[in-house]
Write a protein that binds this ligand. Sequence first.
Ligand SMILES: CCCCCCCC(=O)SCCNC(=O)CCNC(=O)[C@H](O)C(C)(C)COP(=O)(O)OP(=O)(O)OC[C@H]1O[C@@H](n2cnc3c(N)ncnc32)[C@H](O)[C@@H]1OP(=O)(O)O
Length: 221
Amino acid sequence: MSNKTFGPFELQKAYNNEPVPADFVERRRISAAMQTLAERLIRAEGDIDTLSGWADQLEALVATVGEPDRRDTRAANRKLFTGSATAEDIFHMMDYDPVGGPSNPIAPQVEWLQEDQNGIEGALRLGLQYQGPPGRVHGGVIAWLLDAALSRALHAAFRLGVTGTLNIRYLAATPIEDTIHCRARITGQEGRKIFVEGGIWHGDTQTVSAEGIWLTPKSLG
Ligand SMILES: CCCCCCCC(=O)SCCNC(=O)CCNC(=O)[C@H](O)C(C)(C)COP(=O)(O)OP(=O)(O)OC[C@H]1O[C@@H](n2cnc3c(N)ncnc32)[C@H](O)[C@@H]1OP(=O)(O)O
């Protein structure tokens, strides 16, 4: 691990370019295994002995893990704003993102295809555990994804803000178990209010549109 330190505008660059710390290689393995399990076990057919055997094994692992200490990332966040965050701090902030974070077992995994001042684009595939109506992604999961995607457009353009308002229009079915794309871009700014729009596409069909207002906190605005 290098001794380099980073500030808020170097966060993405450090995250993309610094070597993945050894512990995060393992954290990502744990997360990937949990995600695969969630996807394979949901609605899995099995006789009572098979189901009971799986439950026993998983409960044994829960008991083995116990309640480990967990790092408080607020300190890392403060270091970032003084330019003294290490690469390890940045992995602790980024790798657990609830959308796309490779060390977060509930995070849908996203391949980010574009992340710059003009906007972001990500490709992903949501499994059966994210289903609402048969064959379709749950509407709340879509809101979750779009909140993250529109936020990412802010970060890619070096702005900071929290979601104030997010309006979503569901235009057509968004399929599970197929590749979909999310896109977002900043459309304007008035003082601390940043206007963002985006959506979800399946092939050439836009299935969801979203627009919202992000607020830069008073302390940063
Ligand atoms: C840092 C990286 C984090 C990653 C972010 C990921 C995205 C997220 O999930 S964020 C989590 C969800 N969002 C939240 O928790 C936000 C909760 N809400 C709040 O903290 C506050 O209500 C907050 C910050 C949005 C606004 O509070 P505050 O800064 O005091 O606003 P205030 O001074 O009253 O108003 C400023 C302007 O914004 C407008 N405004 C205030 N709240 C909202 C809102 N919710 N939506 C739209 N506009 C708003 C006001 O009308 C005012 O406009 P104008 O200047 O034209 O009169």
